[in-house]
Design a protein around this ligand. Structure first.
Ligand code: ATP
Ligand code: MG
Length: 377
């Protein structure tokens, strides 16, 4: 049964993804309540209410659920007990079992293996000797990733050879980890799939992603990759959404490796950095689609309207005060999104989108716009 406009949407997490979800919800006529660690979080400026508490605070989660008609999330690190408590009081979409599966990399990879979805060679490892043994078995250089809580390349380290396992283990703070074989990536892409509780499924156009130091730098839609490859990627995401009984939206990050094989890197059941472009590139943005899916409304069309590229803005750009935004905004097709977050090095505090007649034109424009922000004086 659908939860109609005028109802209240609760959002676990008040970062930029929560903020933009709240904007979409308000546009559709919903009230919005947010739970975040910080009362002045990014979403606080657009939410009706913010309750500030840690993500494992069961009482706070219950408070939110009791005052919401449906609850969704913008971050995976919600405590398992808190998530279950929410789900007992209001529909939580995505649900607690999907959340528990994705929030631990080892559990996520085991789930992918169990369901026969393709991924690179990996081992779960707890402790330096186990990391060294896993790396020896896998062979070659590896990526060691903390099983829980990493993002933007934090919580992961490169292991050139097994003998350096102790140093990498210490660098990750001694946390249980997943060791992955370092793959030779031909391309990085992601697919965003929406599924409503009624079972309607919609897949967005594939995004192609470019990382620097494991942080997303530029992303664009359409991907420019061959149609047949895009179709396989979309089918894979669709199959995963069905297998995990998704309610909401799910981003599936994929690697393209030798022989045109597609491997799943990781999954996130929430709005995703690589789909910001949908705000201008698609008939329906990822944020509106999440509201529709969570509220069991008809899903919106994901049809491509025009090519769009994204460039993230990191806090480093604010080194000598705010960058000269007017330079970027004077460029054709360029749009600025700021998150009201304190600028700190390596922290994402905003993004630029640029439209173009082709993906290449959109990419060139968004890069030029960001370069204009880097030039001071
Ligand atoms: N096994 C691997 N082989 C080669 N490159 C990798 C591997 N794992 C990760 N990377 C590179 O590091 C990036 C970040 O890795 P991953 O997505 O696992 O971490 P993350 O911290 O969750 O990142 P994000 O939060 O940006 O999604 C990947 O997009 C890819 O560029
Ligand atoms: Mg990733």
């Amino acid at each position: 049964m659908s939860i109609p406009p005028g109802s209240t949407l609760g959002i676990l997490g008040g970062g930029q993804l929560g903020r933009l979800t709240a904007v979409a919800a308000r546009q559709l006529g919903y009230r919005v309540r947010v739970l975040d660690k910080k009362a002045d979080c990014s979403a606080s400026r657009v939410a009706d209410d913010v309750i500030s508490a840690p993500f494992d605070d069961v009482d706070a989660a219950c408070w939110l659920a009791a005052r919401s008609d449906v609850v969704t999330l913008e971050i995976e690190t919600i405590g398992a007990t808190a998530a279950r408590a929410v789900a007992e009081r209001a529909p939580l979409r995505p649900g607690p079992s999907l959340l528990a599966m994705v929030q631990d990399r080892a559990v996520q990879r085991a789930w992918l293996a169990e369901h026969g979805f393709p991924q690179g060679p990996w081992r779960a490892a707890d402790g330096a000797p186990a990391i060294a043994a896993a790396a020896t078995e896998l062979g070659g250089a590896c990526r060691v990733k903390a099983a829980r809580g990493g993002y933007d390349g934090r919580g992961q380290a490169r292991l050139p050879e097994p003998s350096q396992a102790a140093a990498v283990h210490a660098e990750l703070g001694g946390a249980p980890a997943v060791v992955e074989q370092e793959l030779d990536l031909q391309a990085e892409l992601s697919v965003l799939v929406a599924r409503s509780p009624s079972g309607e499924v919609a897949v967005f156009p594939v995004a192609r992603n470019w990382h620097i130091d494991a942080i997303l730098d530029v992303s664009h839609i359409p991907s420019g990759l061959p149609d047949a490859l895009e179709a396989r990627a979309a089918e894979l995401a669709r199959d995963i959404a069905r297998a995990c009984s998704l309610e909401g939206i799910l981003a599936v990050e994929m690697f393209l490796v030798a022989d045109d094989r597609l491997l799943v890197n990781e999954m996130a059941p929430r709005p995703h950095n690589t789909f910001h472009a949908t705000s201008l590139a698609c008939e329906t943005s990822q944020f509106e689609q999440l509201v529709r899916a969570a509220c069991d409304l008809p899903l919106g069309s994901t049809a491509l309207v025009r090519p769009v590229a994204l460039a993230n803005l990191l806090g480093d750009l604010w080194d000598d005060g705010p960058p000269p935004f007017e330079r970027a905004l004077a460029m054709p097709g360029v749009h600025l999104f700021l998150y009201d977050k304190e600028p700190r090095p390596k922290r994402k505090v905003g993004h630029l989108l640029a439209t173009g007649a082709t993906p290449d034109e959109a990419i060139a424009r968004v890069r030029a716009a960001r370069a204009a922000l880097e030039r001071k004086g």
